[in-house]
Design a protein around this ligand. Structure first.
Ligand code: NAP
Length: 240
């Protein structure tokens, strides 16, 4: 167990929950969700810090608290919380567009801003932004969601380059992960027929598990991946 602290947003369910379970034996965790009530269990060595990421004021408060309470030993950020409201853009309500932009892109940008300030002083840290395959391929009825996920890839690559200008000698890395089809609450709502269609398109002939994403996150936080930086890692069973 190190004294390094890792923030995981959206840690109450799905990928975030699996990531927190995987990391809890190695790091001190700061677990985020929209409300403390969202958690059914909390792994050991964890603290909870909640905010509704669709609300910019709450995001500002969250970032301030993160810096004040955890800034001294913050080492990792996993920007994982995300929402999708699938619809044709023509019919997409403005409220849903704003929610996706705020939760999936604005909040990670603000959290990255806070982390970059902290990491520029400690000269070390890893940011992992959870993007999606659709950020590269696009997807009908997910135009806004896909746009936010593409934004996370560009954000990560840009910040990896920016880190070099903050400090000549530093160990700051910024990465994104683009999962394909992973079984969680987010994908459970997809109709069975759609799922069958996707299965046929995946060379590995199965959907991914949240634990497989957690394994990748754990590796990317570790020293073994010290030379992996400023890039987007696909994990999708070969889905193109
Ligand atoms: N599942 C997939 O196949 C897949 C594929 C590609 C990318 N991804 C990405 O992976 C990430 C995790 O996905 P998932 O499938 O694990 O999703 P999920 O099961 O739906 O869980 C979403 C998490 O985000 C949090 N969240 C949602 N809206 C929030 C808000 N307004 N404020 C604060 N927290 C909020 C939720 O907290 P509450 O419990 O409090 O609501 C929950 O912890 C997302 O960014 C998603 O886009 C998933």
């Amino acid at each position: 167990m190190t004294n390094k602290k890792i923030l995981i947003t959206g840690a109450s369910r799905g990928l975030g929950l699996a990531i927190s379970q995987k990391l809890s034996s190695q790091y001190h965790l700061i677990l985020h969700a929209s409300s403390p009530d969202s958690f059914t269990s909390i792994p050991p060595n964890s603290q909870i810090l909640c905010a509704d990421l669709s609300n910019p004021e709450q995001v500002t408060g969250f970032c301030k608290q993160l810096k004040k309470e955890h800034g001294d030993s913050l080492y990792g950020i996993i920007n994982n919380a995300g929402v999708t409201f699938d619809n044709s853009l023509i019919f997409q309500p403005e409220k849903a567009i704003d929610a996706m932009l705020n939760v999936n892109l604005r909040a990670p940008i603000m959290i990255c801003k806070t982390a970059m300030k902290i990491f520029s002083l400690s000269k070390q840290g890893v940011i992992i932004n959870i993007s999606s395959i659709v950020g590269e391929t696009g997807n009908a009825f997910q135009a806004v969601y896909a746009a936010t996920k593409a934004g996370l890839v560009a954000l990560s690559k840009s910040l990896a380059q920016e880190a070099a200008s903050l400090n000549e000698e530093h160990k700051i890395r910024v990465l994104s992960i683009s999962p394909g089809f992973i079984e969680t609450d987010m994908t459970n709502t997809i109709p069975e027929k759609e799922k069958e269609k996707y299965l046929k398109m995946i060379p590995s002939k199965r959907f991914g598990s949240a634990e497989e994403i957690a394994d990748l996150v754990s590796f990317l936080l570790s020293e073994q991946s010290a030379y992996i930086n400023g890039t987007n890692i696909h994990i999708n069973g070969g889905l193109a």
